[in-house]
Design a binder for this molecule. Structure first.
Ligand SMILES: Cc1cc2nc3c(=O)[nH]c(=O)nc-3n(C[C@H](O)[C@H](O)[C@H](O)COP(=O)(O)OP(=O)(O)OC[C@H]3O[C@@H](n4cnc5c(N)ncnc54)[C@H](O)[C@@H]3O)c2cc1C
Length: 509
């Protein structure tokens, strides 16, 4: 393992594995990839149905938020993969790119047309392997994307029919040009197994002599001098090391990127000094703008007949829509409802019996609540202070009420009458806005999509530039979910893959 490389990628997660693949394709380039975790050996990781149960194990960083006033002062667990493959080893496997207007927002914030949906389309396609090609679907990429058909649960088929009954369009999948509508979720599953970015992009190229993977290696600090990263302090079971590179890429994810930068003296000077760290580069927005999707868990129904288990990953269909109306011209999506072939509730409620209940999750696609995260001390072991300020805006609370109303609306359709044995939660009598707010505060859980802690932007205050280089450092780029300036409507993994793919192809151009 060389001490010096041309490119040093920190974090072998969703973005890091793609970067390692693409950037080591040039044999003249020495690429080193550093990861705190290891390849997962737990078979549960690869069993799609197990995804809700594999959190808080040894391969989860398992962060905690501050108590959240907007969610009844609850502390939320934030799962983040600590393994080769990162959070793609924990996630729920949905592959949703988002709405065209999501990327118009990125263009407006960066001033760079390269972040439009149309400009990103080749990058989305380059990572994807669909069974059938189309103008919008890639077949040559490494990540298999399953559009379920016969595997879909009969409950979910009726749920989809329920939306059609209400006038919401039926889509072939959520990765066409339109995302408003109902469809089975497209999933990163092949032959009944989860496919992580490590399996798709990294393992097949590990034989390359110019690619070096260092696992069980924690990144502690960047050494910064004269506007450059001059060394990266890591700790392995064999001891401490300092690595260096011409170009350093941070791909530690939305939580760990800003924490590493702050431990290294980048950030808001006052906050750094309070944590016992000397400031070497003012970056006032670092760790700010933090936002996340939440889901209400949930509108739970008693099933009239026993429910067979899901053959996929329980949460088989999301329906994106506008709170202004159910037809596609009502406006861009702002709410989402999902169907889970299982009970799904927050820690505030007793878990209903599996096989006897099902859940309609509901959520807000573009929350306006913004929080921040900071270090509390100079060491990796000092627990971060994570404050997403969930549900702190009236926009988010009223959109959540609208989403809950839509979940109930589809739940009561005749298409679902065969299954509907009555609403268990929140309970049919709960109707008043303040009661619904109180229920939502106790029911809302993270959808696991924190973004924007190193948001790219045209503004001089933005942490990263539109080309993903960090403002103030000449040889550091940030390439992962943390640069997303505004969350797309759906789960963000497809966007993370496209960000990594775009960065690598721009570097090679
Ligand atoms: C439970 C769960 C369910 C989700 N469901 C979905 C879904 O269905 N669809 C979807 O689109 N998205 C989903 N997501 C979100 C998606 O998985 C993430 O947004 C995405 O994987 C983030 O990729 P990343 O490259 O930014 O970070 P990560 O994939 O988290 O990679 C960061 C890597 O850096 C490593 N690292 C961190 N700190 C250090 C350090 N100090 N030293 C060394 N290495 C370090 C980590 O171990 C990790 O491997 C889910 C996430 C979770 C956790």
């Amino acid at each position: 393992m060389p001490d010096h490389s041309d490119i040093l990628i920190l974090g072998a997660g969703s973005a890091g594995c793609i970067l390692a693949n693409r950037l080591s394709a040039d044999p003249a380039r020495q690429v080193t990839l550093v990861e705190a975790g290891d390849f997962p050996t737990d078979p549960d990781v690869f069993d799609p149905a197990m995804w809700p149960r594999i959190q808080r194990r040894s391969y989860d960083w398992d962060y905690r938020t501050q108590p959240q006033p907007g969610t009844a002062n609850r502390v939320h667990h934030w799962a983040r993969g600590r393994m080769v493959g990162g959070s793609s080893g924990l996630h729920a496997m949905f592959h949703v790119r988002g709405h065209v207007s999501d990327y118009d927002r990125w263009v407006a914030m960066t001033g760079d047309p390269g972040w439009s949906y149309d400009a990103l389309l080749p990058h989305f396609k380059a990572t994807e392997r669909y069974a059938e090609a189309s103008d919008l679907h890639g077949t040559e990429g490494e990540m298999p994307i399953l559009i379920p058909d016969t595997e879909t649960h009969p409950l979910v088929r009726d749920y989809i029919a329920g939306w059609q009954e209400l006038g919401l369009p039926r889509l072939a999948d959520h990765n066409g040009r339109e995302v408003i509508g109902t469809a089975p979720n497209s999933l990163m599953i092949r032959d009944g197994r989860r496919v992580t970015t490590a399996e798709a992009f990294l393992r097949p190229v590990l034989h390359r002599p110019n690619l070096h993977l260092l696992t069980s290696a924690e990144v502690h600090r960047l050494r910064i001098a004269r506007h450059r990263v001059t060394g990266v302090e890591i700790r392995t079971p064999d001891g401490a090391r300092v690595l260096s590179a011409g170009q350093v890429i941070l791909s530690l994810g939305s939580v760990a990127d800003p924490l590493l930068l702050m431990r290294s003296g980048v950030g808001d000077g006052q906050a750094l000094r309070a944590a016992g760290v000397e400031c070497v580069l003012e970056s006032p927005e670092l760790g700010r703008n933090l936002h996340d999707h939440m889901l209400g868990a949930g509108v739970v129904y008693r099933a009239r007949e026993p429910l067979a288990p899901s053959r996929l990953q329980h949460s088989e269909s999301l329906a994106y829509q506008s709170s202004r109306g159910l037809d596609v011209h009502a406006g861009a999506p702002d709410i989402v409802v999902g169907c889970v072939v299982a009970p799904s509730v927050s820690e505030c409620f007793p878990m209903p019996a599996a096989g006897e209940t099902y859940t309609l999750l509901f959520g807000v696609t573009h929350p306006t609540s913004r929080g921040e995260l900071t270090i509390t001390g100079p060491d990796l072991r000092d627990a971060p202070r994570i404050d997403p300020r969930y549900l702190s805006t009236e926009h988010d609370r009223s959109a959540f009420r609208a989403a809950l109303g839509r979940a109930r609306m589809v739940g009561e359709t005749s298409a679902l009458a065969r299954w509907n044995g009555g609403e268990v939660l929140p309970g049919p009598d709960l109707r008043r806005a303040d009661d619904l707010d109180a229920f939502i505060a106790r029911a809302a859980i993270t959808h696991h999509h924190p973004v924007a802690t190193c948001a790219m932007g045209a503004s001089e205050r933005a942490v990263t530039r539109p080309d993903l280089t960090l403002r103030g450092l000449d040889n550091l780029a940030v390439v992962d979910a943390s640069v997303i300036p505004a969350i797309p409507c759906g789960p963000i993994h497809a966007a993370v893959m496209a960000i990594a793919q775009k960065y690598a192809s721009d570097l090679d151009a």
